[in-house]
Design a protein around this ligand. Structure first.
Ligand SMILES: CC(=O)SCCNC(=O)CCNC(=O)[C@H](O)C(C)(C)COP(=O)(O)OP(=O)(O)OC[C@H]1O[C@@H](n2cnc3c(N)ncnc32)[C@H](O)[C@@H]1OP(=O)(O)O
Ligand SMILES: CC(C)C(=O)C(=O)O
Length: 515
């Protein structure tokens, strides 16, 4: 029987370190539930000492998830370990992940510690974490640029102190597959007590090699991979979960291990993470991109019609693409709607929530003939957004856009329940709409990002807009979807403004300010 490859998902921690990808507690819980359904082994839910919001988020995930291990990150610092322990306390299976850098550049310039002090601290903090849980992971940050002899000493000491998982990170995405594989092999061979721990790898994508390096580590003995949905993560991102899992599963002839994952949950998870963070998935992204299973050229289509395997190495259904993607229309009833949502793992707590979503579905079906799974997911996300603290609500928007004329927008907003109106010109209809909203809301937010994606294909598709605003160091993402992209833009802008004025819930690592 093949070994198990443990999947450690860090979308909610390292993924969240992507600028603008900060998530609220409830968003983290929603993603964690999908990861659990996917049978991810370990969910790193956050960095509890980072902020009260992140502490609450990790705790909420620990309360909500029963099947996967829930992990909290901690520096090799007492208060971090204690805070992580408190956050994961409700978990059925809880892990503390503590780390300290071991490369000369990090030890000397960042930590300002000698190698001996780092080794000593690693041992003390692993021991401290072991007082709270048997499941302790230790990482040597920047292992890629660390001296191999020193790494062996630190890992041996960490295992002796009680670490059960030893993680070898390529923190800066510097390695290449052959070298990384060799490094993992050398460590496992040279650390005398290496058989007492599971060896893990955590690779970043600065050179586009995170997945390749992770797979090289697996081929050389690593049995845990740290990864994220859609490859989300600090800078160029982390190794992408879907690519690693499908590479190992598809090439069983090469890998002597496999994961426990239910891969049909991959596409729903990818969409949810993309919806929540506002980071669109590029169409040609492996596994989860819209074109990943699309055949355009005649020779390929001919081959696939004759025998699918001529051009397909995986089945789209196996990663969660629905076999029949056109599901509902305006003549569909409540039962079909509810059943399809259930198939998409979307459930409502109350009958009222279901009724409200059904009404939105009927409104959409009046504008758009075919309702696809993507539309249903956007519709539910929209409903969630509306439940958020709504200081500003769009009542109506009228935009005039004509060749040779300056576009002009008139907007009516409900501001804490009182209707207010304003009009403004702009360089385009979206610009005019945002300026009109600004003159009512007085936002003073700086627009960092504006992106539109069509949720499905065709000109009647819904546009999904993401707006990123910054004010006083706070960065927030707003989302909106509508068949009219100017209205979708206005909804996204208002969603971001509502978040900006909401009480600060979290601290974003990149800006160090509450979000
Ligand atoms: C590679 C990674 O992804 S590591 C994870 C990175 N993620 C984050 O940083 C997100 C969350 N971070 C935060 O919210 C904050 O940085 C906190 C709460 C952890 C710390 O905040 P502050 O106390 O204000 O410290 P600040 O961020 O300015 O500096 C980090 C300090 O931790 C020290 N440090 C960094 N890593 C470690 C470590 N693994 N173990 C021990 N100390 C460490 C640094 O040397 C520095 O110490 P100094 O203040 O004595 O110079
Ligand atoms: C905390 C560690 C594992 C990390 O994120 C890194 O080194 O990139």
């Amino acid at each position: 029987m093949n070994d198990q490859l443990i999947i450690f998902d860090t979308t909610l921690r390292d993924g969240e370190q992507s600028p603008g990808a900060s998530m609220t507690r409830d968003e983290k819980v929603r993603i964690a539930k999908v990861l659990e359904r996917m049978r991810v082994d370990v969910i790193e839910a956050g960095f509890p000492v980072a902020s009260p919001g992140d502490f609450e988020a990790v705790k909420a995930v620990a309360e909500a998830v029963t099947e996967s291990t829930v992990c909290g990150l901690a520096r090799a610092v007492e208060k971090d370990i204690d805070r992580a322990a408190e956050a994961i306390k409700p978990a059925k299976r809880g892990r503390i992940h503590t780390f300290i850098a071991t490369s000369p550049i990090h030890m000397q310039h960042k930590l300002r510690m000698t190698p001996e002090q780092v080794l000593e601290r690693a041992v003390q903090m692993v021991r401290r974490a072991r007082q709270y849980t048997d499941d302790v992971e230790f990482s040597a940050e920047d292992a890629v640029r660390s001296d191999i002899d020193f790494l062996c000493r630190v890992f041996e000491a960490a295992i002796s102190a009680g670490a059960r998982t030893i993680n070898v990170p390529d923190t800066v995405g510097y390695s290449i597959p052959q070298v990384w594989g060799e490094r993992i092999k050398t460590l496992i061979e040279r650390v005398p007590n290496s058989d007492k721990a599971i060896w893990s790898t955590h690779c970043h994508n600065d050179l586009g090699l995170a997945v390749a390096n992770s797979l090289a580590a697996v081929l050389n003995g690593a049995r845990q991979v740290e990864c994220t949905i859609n490859g989300l993560g600090e800078r160029a991102g982390n190794a992408s979960l879907e690519e690693i899992v499908m590479a190992v599963r598809t090439r069983r002839d090469i890998f002597s291990c496999d994961t426990r994952l239910d891969t049909t949950q991959i596409v729903p998870a990818s969409r949810l993470v993309s919806n929540i963070t506002g980071f669109p998935v590029q169409p040609n992204k492996a596994i989860v991109g819209a074109n990943a299973f699309a055949h355009e050229s005649g020779i390929h289509q001919d081959g696939v019609i004759k025998m699918r395997e001529t051009y397909e190495i995986m089945r789209a259904e196996d990663v969660g693409w629905a076999a029949n993607r056109m599901v509902l229309g305006k003549h569909s009833g409540r039962n079909a709607f509810k059943t399809r949502l259930k198939e998409l793992n979307i459930e409502f707590k109350t009958e009222q929530e279901l009724n409200a979503a059904f009404e939105r579905f009927k409104d959409l079906a009046d504008k758009k003939h075919e309702i696809f799974d993507e539309d249903l997911q956007a519709l539910v996300t929209e409903a969630d957004l509306e439940q958020e603290n709504e200081h500003f609500r769009l009542v109506s928007l009228k935009v005039c856009s004509q060749t040779g004329e300056t576009p002009f927008a008139n907007v009516t907003l409900a501001v804490s329940g009182t209707e207010k109106q304003a009009g403004a010109p702009g360089s385009g209809p979206v610009d005019a709409a945002f300026k009109a909203i600004d003159s009512v809301a007085g936002s003073q937010g700086q627009l960092l990002l504006y992106s539109v994606n069509n949720i499905t294909s065709g000109t009647d598709s819904q546009g999904e807009v993401t707006v990123r605003l910054e004010r006083g160091g706070r960065i927030v993402n707003g989302h909106g979807a509508d068949t009219d992209i100017v209205i979708a833009s206005a909804k996204a802008y208002l969603n971001a403004l509502n978040k900006l004025i909401a009480p600060a819930e979290r601290t974003h690592p990149q800006v160090g300010q509450p979000i």
